[in-house]
Design a protein around this ligand. Sequence first.
Ligand SMILES: CC(=O)N[C@H]1[C@@H](O[C@@H]2[C@H](O)[C@H](O)[C@@H](O)[C@H](O)[C@H]2O)O[C@H](CO)[C@@H](O)[C@@H]1O
Ligand SMILES: [Zn+2]
Length: 292
Amino acid sequence: MFVHAHPDDETIGTGATMAHYAAAGAHVTLVTCTLGEEGEIHVPALSGLAADQADQLGGYRIAELDAACRALGVTDHRFLGGAGRFRDSGMMGLPTNDHPRAFWGADLDEAAGLLLEIIREVRPQVLVTYDPNGFYGHPDHIQAHRVAMRAVEMAGDLAPRKVYWTAVPRSVLAAGMAQFAESSDNPFGGVSNADDLPFGSPESEIAACVDGQKHADAKLAAIEAHATQIPPTSWLFAIAGNFGSGALGVEHYRLAVGEKGSGSGEYGWEDDLFAGLDTASAGATPAAAASA
Ligand SMILES: CC(=O)N[C@H]1[C@@H](O[C@@H]2[C@H](O)[C@H](O)[C@@H](O)[C@H](O)[C@H]2O)O[C@H](CO)[C@@H](O)[C@@H]1O
Ligand SMILES: [Zn+2]
């Protein structure tokens, strides 16, 4: 089970992982907490959908998300509390944070209770969400972390056996910076030291590295599906262009709950989020022995 804040996060942060496990026959459930109503619009013809105009971007991003899930092979997708229950809060500190339906202002136990209903139905063995900072500090990402961790706490014996947080190793960021230093598509802007970025983890804090390079093209198709959010000039396309689409297919995770399974390589990272779990005796998921 993947708990994400907006349509597009599932693809950007965990798209290759989701495609990898969907292709392997695991039951993959995506829970998206908002419709992304406050997002930018990088498709000029759709600019009228903006929140301060027709305010229809949220509905449009449902369709983008459907297309992205199809590209990734993910068939079980839910909006937390149903489509439109919680609204995109906008970036930290904006007046949109105070919208009556803003996810940032949601009652924690109420929102976690809604996620608990899905956990009780799907019985995921593994849950993936963000770290306490929401990976980069967006209020909806921070709230998604809080709601997911509270739901895991409330789930008791039905809680997933392992909970991971999305992460990027500092070494990967540093390598990217070096490559982009002279590029006009430099996604790191003026930042020259990976330690100065609002995200990035020491290799010692990373527990798993999922190699989903076989699904990099699916992730690229899913990125393209989120056209209102991810323009052709995006750093994501720059990475695919500079390092090959395969670079998009490797995704890293920190382990927040559960026992780390066996790993390998320089840092002993797991290559499978189900490492150490008995997936043959999975819970109630009808679709496959394993569920994420
Ligand atoms: C990846 C992600 O979480 N995207 C969010 C984010 O989008 C940012 C926002 O539009 C900001 O104004 C831009 O400068 C930045 O480049 C975007 O990544 O926040 C949006 C509003 O809450 C949200 O809809 C979008 O999904
Ligand atoms: Zn987001």
